[in-house]
Design a protein around this ligand. Structure first.
Ligand code: F0G
Length: 439
């Protein structure tokens, strides 16, 4: 089998535009604007490149898989850039900032399926990305765009994962990074990563929503490139979670895809991925999206209950700090994603999230608290009979267990494990004997 090289795209292939979803303004795909310069609305990338459809496109993506590609360029080995025609088709290989990322496992675990009450449950573990969360997929695209436009600095507001990912990719690109995080609400693992990778971090007295508002204002005033998930290129990268899981399932669409939802960037990206995958004939039917929020931070779930008649905001509170967001930025495009996929939005309590986390951790897979919301949501909908016991469900685990070691320890201690006092050698032997006799 040949070693695949990253083929430079032709002039014809350099065909994407960026369009404002609110006022319809169109921009060149090398725009440095993260939001519409006319009206502040959300921008979306549209690929106008003529692509083969169905089997031909599936084969093109499948041909790039395989052991041989591990010898190729980082971008060629990436689970994002494998789908580059649907990310940034006009990208020059030398502009790609790739770790590489993606190629995350899709696994089944009987214990989790039993807990959720869905026999055919798959876990797509995005915590296996280089900075240990799904954010790397959007960030490789955003930093590639930053390089394309010659950005002098990049910035984001974050509950922790975006900042860790931004710090890693900005370090690789050699572009200074600024992050705004809510004081006292970001887990140790994420803070450590962000600082270690060398980003300038500001801890703001306020919550994530305050941080995002300030990040938007500061980036506009200071000309810094904003790479929060409202940035349209972040969305393009995050679409590949869906493309990759469809590829792993042999391009046979599951019945449902469940994901945790906070700022709604990922929900929006999943909807766009499904729309494009269906239009291009990569799949012949559209799975239903299930966006799951923490009950204390669930404006989108409240909106779903009245068919999104009004946009909602709340003061968010949840121990799943990654999704402690009360005023989600990608509201409109997430509404579109739920409507297009005939999807559902659910809210689960912190107790339900941590119950799911204990099962996911306990079978050796593990995830951070927010990630477990997807499985908790599947269980809730299965109980209500909305998800059928025989349906195929993919639940996305968005971040690694070690992102929040304090939460992982607390969850075990609450379950009566690991709370013991330190023992002497003799006490330890006696203790081991007692535990073995019980098991
Ligand atoms: N899961 C994890 C682990 C997250 O870090 C986030 C968002 C989400 C789910 C929700 O995704 O915002 O696209 O709906 N974290 C952002 C951050 C906000 O700053 O790291 P979303």
């Amino acid at each position: 089998m040949p070693v695949h090289t990253l083929t430079p795209v032709t002039a014809v292939e350099q065909s994407s535009i960026v369009r404002c979803a609110s006022c319809g303004a169109t921009l060149d795909d090398r725009t440095a604007c993260a939001t519409c310069p006319n009206c502040g609305g959300l921008l979306a990338v549209e690929h106008t490149l003529a692509l083969p459809s169905g089997e031909k496109l599936r084969s093109r993506f499948d041909d790039r898989l395989g052991a041989e590609s591990y010898r190729g360029a980082a971008a060629e080995r990436s689970g994002v850039w494998r789908f580059r025609e649907l990310v940034i088709p006009g990208v020059r290989p030398e502009d790609i900032v790739s770790h590489p990322e993606g190629n995350t496992p899709l696994v089944t675990r009987e214990a989790v399926a039993g807990f959720a009450g869905v026999h055919d449950l798959w876990l797509k573990h995005e915590g296996h990305n280089p900075s240990a969360s799904f954010k790397d997929r959007g960030m490789t695209a955003a930093l590639t765009q930053a390089k394309r436009i010659g950005a002098l600095a990049v910035a984001c507001a974050s509950t922790g994962n975006t900042s860790a990912s931004l710090a890693a990719y900005a370090a690789q690109a050699g572009i200074p990074a600024f992050v705004l995080v809510p004081e006292g609400r970001v887990s140790t693992g994420k803070l450590a990563q962000t600082l270690a990778y060398g980003a300038h971090m500001i801890r703001l007295r306020g919550d994530f929503d305050d941080c995002l508002e300030l990040a938007r204002e500061a980036s506009e005033r200071l000309g810094v490139y904003l790479v929060n998930s409202l940035n349209p290129f972040r969305v393009e990268g995050q679409k590949t979670i869906v493309l990759e899981l469809l590829q792993q399932l042999g391009w046979v669409a599951p019945d449902w895809i469940a994901l945790p939802a906070g700022n709604l960037g990922n929900t929006a990206a999943f909807g766009k991925a499904l729309r494009e995958a269906h239009a291009l004939g990569l799949i012949d039917r559209v799975p239903r999206l299930l966006a799951v929020q923490a009950a204390g931070a669930a404006p989108f779930a409240a909106g779903f209950s009245d068919d999104f008649a009004t946009r909602r905001r709340v003061r968010a509170e949840t121990a799943a700090t990654a999704i402690r967001i009360g005023d989600p930025a990608s509201w409109d495009r997430a509404v579109d994603a739920i409507r297009f996929s005939n999807g559902h939005v659910a809210a689960v309590s912190d107790a339900e999230i941590f119950a799911a986390k204990r099962v996911i951790d306990g079978c050796g897979v593990g995830c951070e608290p927010a990630s477990a919301a997807s499985v908790a949501g599947v269980r809730l909908l299965a109980e209500r009979g909305i998800i059928g016991a025989g349906e195929r469900v993919v639940a996305v685990l968005t971040g690694h267990l070690l992102k929040d070691p304090d939460a992982a320890l607390a969850a075990r201690v609450a379950g009566g494990l690991g709370a013991e006092e330190p023992l002497t050698r003799d006490e330890a032997l006696e203790h081991l004997g007692r535990v073995l006799a019980r098991s």
